[in-house]
Design a binder for this molecule. Structure first.
Ligand code: ADP
Ligand code: MG
Length: 320
């Protein structure tokens, strides 16, 4: 049977191009670009908690890196290096090869380099750390939103949560709607290119992992502002239109999670620039609300400005 070292050598070692020293020593070594801040983030994925037992390993490899890249995107950071800590129940080389294929495919798309990690036996769990770079003046921080700015959303939310609701038997999807929702759930496309283009254009940003309402709540709280969302302007992806369960659809759009879109704030003067970015990237960017003064939290409003009640505030691992 392959040893831990054989597995690392065979499946997780690639020549370092960006780093000074990659996989194989006690530490990796890299040289930050002069004058840049280093952005670093870790996310953990546990079988049974974040993905179902039996999930296709190639998709898992792609998604595990995607959710981490999404955090770099939300800072406007350029991806550079990654570390992969993985606990495996067995040295199943077919599984590992397939996971590595998905991981490295995603890494190649976004120019991030695996420079180290840890491999151990245990219940299946994956923890990835990503390192990126952003200049001090251009980091898109959660605490930077200012009253009067527009609130924008990339793409649309809800599809991944609707796909999960289907897998859980809470709704019956079919045809293109089903395949679209499952693709959004299994294979999120981190908005790295958008994050990079928003440097100097947007001020605050967050990636939508726990639900639009909950994640906008973090911008509101950290920035000491409120956010008013125009409920009628929330984008509904074409594939989701005509969903049989309208209440569930709205709940998924407002609070579903697993979307990995970016929500960001920007001065009204940058509207044309943002629309240009959307058209350059072929990505729908929608102004969905405004930042308002005071600690009022996030509120959905109808066109008359009256509050609209939403069922659930978003996903909280320790919530009821
Ligand atoms: P140590 O005993 O010093 O922690 P390890 O035996 O755990 O070293 O790892 C040996 C080398 O392989 C290190 O450079 C480590 O960063 C790298 N490594 C271990 N597991 C992985 C992995 N899953 N992906 C990438 N690199 C890994
Ligand atoms: Mg180790």
């Amino acid at each position: 049977m392959a040893s831990e070292f054989d597995l690392i050598q065979r499946y997780f070692t690639r020549p370092a191009e960006k780093a000074v020293l990659g996989v194989g020593d006690d530490c990796a070594l890299w040289e930050p670009s002069p004058g840049m801040l280093q952005a670093v983030s870790t996310d953990m994925l546990i079988e049974g908690r974040h993905f179902l037992a039996g999930t296709d390993p190639e998709k898992l490899g792609r998604k595990a890196l995607a959710v981490n890249l999404s955090d770099l995107a939300a800072m406007g950071a350029e991806p550079r290096h990654a570390l992969l800590a993985i606990a495996l129940p067995a040295a199943d080389e077919k599984w590992i090869a397939s996971f590595a294929r998905g991981f490295f495919a995603q890494a190649a798309r976004h120019g991030i380099e695996l420079i180290g990690g840890d491999t151990t036996r245990g219940p299946l769990a994956i923890s990835i750390t990503v390192i990126g770079e952003v200049s001090r003046d251009h980091a898109l921080r959660r605490d930077a939103a200012l009253a009067g700015e527009d609130v924008w959303l990339s793409g649309g939310t809800g599809a991944a949560a609707l796909g999960l609701a289907h897998l859980q038997g809470r709704v019956q999807l079919a045809g293109e709607q089903l395949s679209h929702c499952l693709a959004r759930l299994d294979d999120p496309d981190p908005r790295v290119a958008l994050g990079l283009r928003l440097r100097g254009i947007a001020r605050a940003a967050i990636d939508i992992s726990d639900g639009l309402l909950a994640d906008l709540g973090h911008i509101a709280e950290n920035s000491g502002v409120g956010i008013d969302i125009h409920a009628d302007r929330l984008p509904v992806e074409p594939a989701l239109r005509g969903c049989a369960d309208a209440d569930l659809l709205l709940e998924c759009i407002a609070a579903g999670g697993d979307d990995y879109e970016l929500a960001f704030t920007a001065p009204a003067a940058n509207r044309a620039a943002i629309e240009q970015i959307g058209s350059d990237l072929g990505l729908c960017l929608t102004a969905i609300g405004v930042v308002v003064p005071g600690n009022a939290g996030v509120n959905f409003r109808d066109p008359g400005g009256q509050p609209v009640k939403m069922a659930r505030a978003g996903f909280d691992h320790f919530g009821a």
